[in-house]
Write a protein that binds this ligand. Structure first.
Ligand code: 13P
Length: 249
């Protein structure tokens, strides 16, 4: 059985007062909830880890540098993230690929740095609208998988998040058929590269405008093991129903 995961990416949102959302979420979770991961902005990692301690919530960062330490002003290493008590890190989010010109090989290095620090990497991929419209989605996904995933991937050290860029923050969600097509394709590519035993266990998350009212539909797909949620993860009242929908899927 693959584990189910509901991950929340707070992006550049949240101050110390937002930690009350974490407390509320922790108390709203059912006893056998799926794995829940909250990725707050870096300044909150330590306090979020303290707040979540003893609850079913794991804490993750939104990015890490590929080096352990050194002259990289403003950057944060995977070791530093682990040192806060966090257990996960998102790498290769499309917003970082776009705004920070991160390339597949950078993301591969970041994933390896995450593993070295014993963090689980949530590796993001996804096509742009022009790729989708030109019918290039699967070629783009294949290229990102080949370039961004290191050798040695397992279900313990990694999670993959498929986030079509045109669905992020737009309220536009692909059809269930489109989600199924890409997730099945990813599973096939993982099987070819890592073997069925490993590939079958790696959680595949869908991300892009997941909300309480569409989550149950998205979670019907066999190869969708959960979601990476942006806007709807900021409030416990929105994220808790998504977690419930996943628990019931
Ligand atoms: P939204 O859920 O706000 O569309 O964001 C998705 C996302 O980018 C999560 O990483």
């Amino acid at each position: 059985m693959r584990r189910k995961i509901a991950a929340g990416n707070w992006k550049m949102n949240g101050l110390a007062a937002s930690l009350s959302e974490l407390e509320q979420l922790a108390s709203a979770l059912p006893p056998h909830a799926p794995e829940v991961i909250i990725c707050p902005p870096a300044p909150l990692l330590f306090r979020a880890s303290e707040t979540a301690r003893g609850s079913a919530i794991h804490i993750g960062a939104q990015d890490c540098h590929m080096q352990d330490s050194g002259a990289f002003t403003g950057d944060i290493s995977a070791q530093m993230i682990a040192d806060t008590g966090a257990t996960h890190v998102i790498v290769g989010h499309s917003e970082r690929r776009a705004a920070h010109e991160e390339r597949d090989r950078d993301i591969r290095s970041k994933a390896k740095a995450a593993w070295a620090a014993k963090l689980t990497a949530i590796i993001c991929i996804g096509e742009a609208l022009e790729d989708r419209e030109a019918d290039n989605t699967l070629d783009i996904i294949a290229g990102q998988l080949a370039g961004s995933l290191p050798d040695g991937m397992t279900a313990t050290n990694s999670v993959i998040a498929y986030e079509p860029i045109w669905a992020i923050g737009t309220g536009k969600v692909p059809t269930l058929e489109q989600i199924v097509e890409v997730h099945d394709f990813i599973r096939t590519k993982l099987t070819i590269r890592y073997g069925a035993e490993i590939a079958d266990m790696i959680p595949l998350l869908y991300g892009g405008s997941v909300k309480p009212d569409n989550a149950a539909t998205i979670f019907q797909a066999e190869n969708v093991d959960g979601a990476l949620v942006g806007g709807a993860s900021l409030k416990s009242a929105d994220f808790a129903p998504i977690i419930m929908a996943l628990a019931q899927s």
